[in-house]
Write a protein that binds this ligand. Structure first.
Ligand code: F6R
Length: 242
């Protein structure tokens, strides 16, 4: 595990974008693993700036989102399908036909999640997976107690995750209770992983993920098992590292 500590959140976005950019330049058809939430926004901004300047072309790359809410319509502005379209596909000039998000409206959830993992495998696996981390240590929406071997599946969101994500909804009661998420096993299959975290609110989760014991109580600690994981964090998020 490589840990890169930088002065500011903007530095985190730029340096993580450098990693993703180098993967896409080496392999224009790269498969990107796409996180949502606030943490990766500076990455997407930095990549979009490079695309606009003609320095980077992501049009041949494909993408698989990490997760999706269950129980809100696709058109809802906070569905992850809408967020990925708005914050990633459009600004980066990706081909919408090459970017998938788990289908939170599927009637047969088991079949839909198994098919999602199969589609990732058929694409040759994720070349670089972008991750944030929850204050409770979750990656994707693999909440504490998730199995390290888990595959894409339905999960119940932890109360603290619903509270954290209430900022995206008009009413906290509107935050969905369930989601589909790539499993920890699915995430560990990515060829390369880059996790970003900014701010003091993530410091305990980063310390547990990076230095704590491997534990299902901190799903981010699963990344200690990955051969090529890079953690890019600002000084505030690094504050509890020894
Ligand atoms: C998002 C995701 C989550 C977030 C995490 C942190 O696709 O899977 O693991 O990365 O909840 O969220 P932010 O970045 O909003 O603090």
């Amino acid at each position: 595990m490589e840990i890169i500590i930088l002065p500011t959140p903007e530095d985190v976005g730029r340096v993580a974008a450098d990693l993703i950019s180098s993967v896409v330049k080496a392999k224009p058809t790269a498969v990107l693993g796409l996180a949502t939430g606030s943490s990766p926004l500076d990455i997407y901004h930095s990549l979009a700036t490079r695309v606009a300047a003609g320095e980077l072309d992501v049009s041949q790359a494909s993408g698989f989102a990490l997760d999706e809410y269950v129980g809100i319509p696709l058109e809802h502005p906070e569905s992850y399908a809408a967020v990925i379209a708005r914050d990633v596909v459009g600004p980066l000039g990706m081909d919408p036909a090459k970017v998938r998000v788990p289908d939170g409206r599927a009637l047969d959830i088991e079949a839909a999640t198994a098919e999602y993992d199969a589609a990732i495998a058929a694409a040759g696996g994720v070349d670089i997976q972008i991750l944030g981390i929850g204050a409770n240590g979750h990656i994707g929406f693999n909440e504490p107690t998730s199995s390290f071997a888990s595959r894409t599946r339905i999960k119940t969101l932890a109360p603290e995750t619903r509270a954290a994500n209430a900022r995206f909804f008009d009413d906290p009661a509107d935050v969905p209770t369930h989601c589909l998420t790539q499993g920890l096993g699915t995430i560990l299959d990515a060829h390369r992983v880059v996790l970003v975290a900014q701010g003091a609110g993530k410091a305990a989760a980063i310390a547990a993920a990076v230095e704590g014991p491997l534990s299902a109580m901190c799903p981010g600690s699963a990344l200690q098992l990955h051969q090529h994981a890079t953690i890019v964090i600002d000084e505030a998020a690094a504050a509890e590292l020894t």
